[in-house]
Design a binder for this molecule. Sequence first.
Ligand code: ARG
Length: 288
Amino acid sequence: MTATVSDSVRATSPDTLPATHERAATRRRYLMCEPRYFAVEYAINPWMDPSVPVDTELAVQQWRGLFDTYRRLGHDVSQIEPVDGLPDMVFAANGATVANNRVYGAKFLHAERGGEGPAYLNWFRAAGFDAHDARFINEGEGDLLVVGGRLLAGTGFRTVPEAHAEAGEVLGLSVVTLELVDPRYYHLDTALCVLGPDEIAYFPGAFSAKSQAVLRELYPGAILATAADAAVLGLNAVSDGYHVVLPAEAMALAKTLLARGYQPVPVQLSELRKAGGGPKCCTLELRP
Ligand code: ARG
């Protein structure tokens, strides 16, 4: 076998990170939902304060920026029609989990978001997907993250552990349960970002000591995000294997990604952050 440049770099200094040319973007298919009816009318996470005014028009504008970014990067973006009275429906990541051409439906913990599960399942069925209803509470890709053939599954605030096994069965993935302990990081996708089939970034402080040990063992080369990056929802990012779309405020994380050969693509989503959401929350990946 011929050694590549990066092999020799790795061999001489194990701390040197893979070079840019190793990263390759692959075309993705995403589902998004315009925040036409976005508001903060209830508080189901510490980011939400109904007394703070929300500019829905600005939220739509910023969301449009994210949508256009994906299109510019060459991805396919489908849209689901927003429903009046479901102000959090913009957070498409929570609508389901899709892998191996199968859809595991969401079942929300809070009544305020209850209508979103069926709305997303209807979209999937109408689009011809093999969609499965969930028996157990789970908030889609908010807590269920596909990393290669593995499903990293969060619990502690929303999704229940019983749903992890159910999701693994429906989607044909092996499951690793992770326990979230900080209410600011109530969904797994606020504390952990999937960069590639074997690469992640995460904020250790969001996880129980036991889950931190599991993550260290499974992903020894993971990017460890700072508290400051986590606090601007920097980990709520979307990777296509090369480009990583992330909140503009997550400066240290962007720098680290660049050093590891990724291309950070900053976006501004300050209005949606008032509900506790960032780019990943707005994006449901339709994996083939
Ligand atoms: N207000 C929403 C909630 O608390 C925000 C959801 C963000 N979505 C996500 N995938 N983290 O449920």
